[in-house]
Ligand binder design. Structure first.
Ligand SMILES: [Zn+2]
Length: 396
């Protein structure tokens, strides 16, 4: 695909020929009273469009504030349903919407806040096949994803299309934000040229996240979007904001564009890549090692249990997860305690290890096999077990 010239930003195009109704003048009066915004700025907001990738912890505050601010067209990409465990931080959704499509829940909430903005929902996974078409229809993107596959896809599509990519990420008590893929600034790949090996970086589901933290970072992303639309202030382009909620410190580090960056530097990336987890292409040695862990499917394990095979089933999750859900007959050995617990395991028996999704247990399987145990990993963890074998086991 040939390089597309950067899309003019809302602040760079002639003032749109939309006017504000008396009702809008009242609704946005606290904006209009700011000389840096004024009626002209509010008209730019009305004409602007922002795509939010992910209606989760980051996408929630971003969408809420952009809708309240009067951004005329807001796109929401998400193919997930609202889960009870989302509500601790994903304020787009509420208790009544547990089990509903996130796009429906988001649409209802944003419509209630501001019926004057248009909310467009895309209820599918962003992929190499659709990302360019989806993103091309908007002025800029807010990246609220929680996985590397979509983050690299979003970055590469934004670089190819010349659209600003307003990035945020959170884990435990720390967050980051930046603005990538502007004409002069770096992109996400300038920082991290390749995705990490699958399983190396824990997800929020595995490591936890303080609920207000995505609220902080997502609100910062919305702030950057509004500044870009209005053409005011200095954005985070070329800077990475690091938020530490425990120390309550905010600091920025300079980012430089990498001339060797495969996306925005050498431009060797001319089409999108679907990094399929858990076997990403161009994976490192560690990634290949994790991907080659011996596995058993839930169906095969259920069949072996039914036959009466002697299997030691080990759960390497944390005790609080064990209290939410467990597989009958399992023994809890949290991953961190595995080395010291190995002396209590029987090396003559088959061991099946599981965790929530299969990542931590892959690590445990590698450790056990290195110590001489006949261990295999339960593919997909207790989540897949719930899907395929025992739906009475709650998913979290
Ligand atoms: Zn780059």
């Amino acid at each position: 695909m040939a390089r597309v010239p950067p899309t003019p930003l809302p602040a760079e195009v002639p003032l749109p020929d939309v006017s504000l109704t008396p009702q809008e003048l009242v609704r946005y009066s606290r904006h209009i009273g700011l000389s840096e915004v004024g009626e002209d700025g509010q008209r730019r907001l009305k004409r602007a469009s922002v795509l939010i990738v992910g209606a989760g912890g980051l996408g929630s505050p971003a969408a809420l504030y952009l809708a309240a601010a009067g951004v005329g067209r807001i796109g929401i990409v998400d193919f997930d349903t609202v889960d009870l465990s989302n509500l601790q931080r994903q304020l787009l959704h509420d208790t009544d919407h547990v089990g509903a499509r996130k796009t429906n829940s988001a649409s209802a909430r944003l419509g209630a806040i501001n019926p004057l903005v248009r909310v467009e929902t895309i209820d599918e996974e962003l992929s190499a096949a659709n990302a360019l078409d989806v993103i091309a229809a908007y002025d800029m993107v807010i990246d609220g994803t929680d996985n590397f596959k979509t983050r690299y896809l979003t970055n590469d599509a934004c670089v190819l299309l010349g659209k600003p990519n307003i990035y945020g990420s959170v884990l435990r008590f720390e967050g980051q934000a930046s603005v990538f893929a502007t004409p002069e600034g770096p992109c996400y790949r300038c920082l991290f040229p390749e995705p990490p090996p699958p399983g190396l970086v824990p997800s929020c589901a595995e490591a936890g996240v303080l609920g207000v933290l995505p609220g902080l970072v997502g609100t910062i992303q919305a702030t950057e979007a509004i500044k870009i639309i209005l053409g005011i202030g200095d954005t985070l382009a070329g800077r990475l904001l690091l938020v530490d909620a425990l120390a309550m410190s905010f600091r920025t580090i300079r980012l430089r564009r990498d001339p060797d960056c495969p996306a925005c530097g050498t431009r060797e990336i001319q089409s999108l890549i679907d990094y399929d987890e858990p076997c990403a292409p161009r994976a490192t040695a560690l990634g290949q090692r994790a991907a080659s862990v011996q596995e058993i499917t839930p169906r095969d394990l259920a069949e072996r249990v039914r036959r009466g095979d002697l299997i030691d089933l080990i759960d390497v999750r944390e005790p609080y997860e064990w209290r939410i859900a467990r597989i009958d007959g399992a023994r809890l050995i949290p991953l961190g305690q595995l080395p010291s617990a190995m002396s209590t395991l029987d090396s003559t028996r088959d061991i099946v290890v599981y965790c929530r999704s299969g990542k931590r247990s892959a690590d445990a399987t590698i450790q056990l096999r290195a110590a001489g145990f006949r261990a295999v990993n339960l593919a997909g963890g207790i989540l897949r077990w719930s899907d395929e074998i025992d739906p009475s086991i709650p998913k979290y």
